[in-house]
Design a protein around this ligand. Sequence first.
Ligand SMILES: NC(=O)C1=CN([C@@H]2O[C@H](COP(=O)(O)OP(=O)(O)OC[C@H]3O[C@@H](n4cnc5c(N)ncnc54)[C@H](O)[C@@H]3O)[C@@H](O)[C@H]2O)C=CC1
Ligand SMILES: O=C([O-])CC(=O)C(=O)O
Length: 337
Amino acid sequence: MFKFTTASKNLLVRSFSSSVSAQGAKVAVLGAAGGIGQPLSMLLKLNPLVGDLNLYDIANAPGVASDLSHINTSSTVRGFSTEEQGLSKALEGRDVVVIPAGVPRKPGMTRDDLFGMNAKIAMDLSIACAEVCPKASILIISNPVNSLLPLAAQVFKNKGVFDPKKMIGITTLDLVRASRFAFEKTGKVQFIPVIGGHAGTTIVPLYSQCSSLKLSPEDLAALVHRTQFGGDEVVQAKAGKGSATLSMAYAGARLVDSVVRASQGEDVVECGFVANDTYASEGVDYFAGILRLGKEGVSEILPLPENITQLEKDAIKAALPQLASAAKKGIDFVTNN
Ligand SMILES: NC(=O)C1=CN([C@@H]2O[C@H](COP(=O)(O)OP(=O)(O)OC[C@H]3O[C@@H](n4cnc5c(N)ncnc54)[C@H](O)[C@@H]3O)[C@@H](O)[C@H]2O)C=CC1
Ligand SMILES: O=C([O-])CC(=O)C(=O)O
């Protein structure tokens, strides 16, 4: 007969022990059956702060939900398909909506090349969110983030429900990469802010904030480049079978956890791509900043650290025109469709 080890007993008890989860956050994942959606949904099922998880996809969300619903944590999981108002039902009463719905890159493509395929998906999902759960935190994973976050914001603006504190384009994977790549040099896990946007040279890691990192200019340049093109590294390694999914699921689950913890009163700092007027004088209205999260979403966009380097300042400057045109592309799509 099977005997419980102490470790397995602990796991069993921990799985059921959270009293938070019974009333925990109500989260929806849109695109939940995909490469990111499935592991992300699993990580959310394992998070005791998430009490109720709705999974929506154009294919197989009920199957994924049925599978996850057997995991012995106390949250409930339900799956919704496109039939019978599935999307609206999935969004009812949500505190947080995470959106990894959309097509991923293949080698040779930029994230911007996905715009033609993913803009309509993002627009349809944003319209549903604006109509059903306008007060939820909307966290957008789908690429190109630099265009799709402004697109979703414009949908909410047109419907008169846009709250800049509640809509974040997820750049957390850039922070996860920066932290990991610096760890490979220093042996220490540290929070390294990454600002700007989420595509190539718009990704600006602030390695100046990693005090233990001592690198030659050449090695620092290589580290910055690896961080900016970490997504391409995975796309090439997967050789036509998609882009980062598992690390993205981890990063997405971390941001959801941060938003939920902040909503419960914890002081949490993350970075994310948001409506941000720091560079408005240069025509940039959306910029990934260092965010303090609070009970109502983004409570403050923190000023950039005073000791950022000239190289980092130059990188921000170089990102601005790209960010302005990417945002315009998203906004124009809403105007023209
Ligand atoms: N922000 C970031 O750091 C990252 C963003 N991404 C992006 O995330 C997106 C998803 O990537 P994967 O999960 O690998 O792709 P995938 O193709 O494995 O999954 C996408 C899922 O979206 C679903 N879907 C498509 N249209 C939909 C709609 N209208 N409503 C609901 N679901 C719909 C599909 O059925 C599929 O299950 C891509 O655009 C990718 O570029 C990927 C990695 C990192
Ligand atoms: O590179 C991609 O297409 C997916 C992505 O955004 C990332 O991994 O950072």
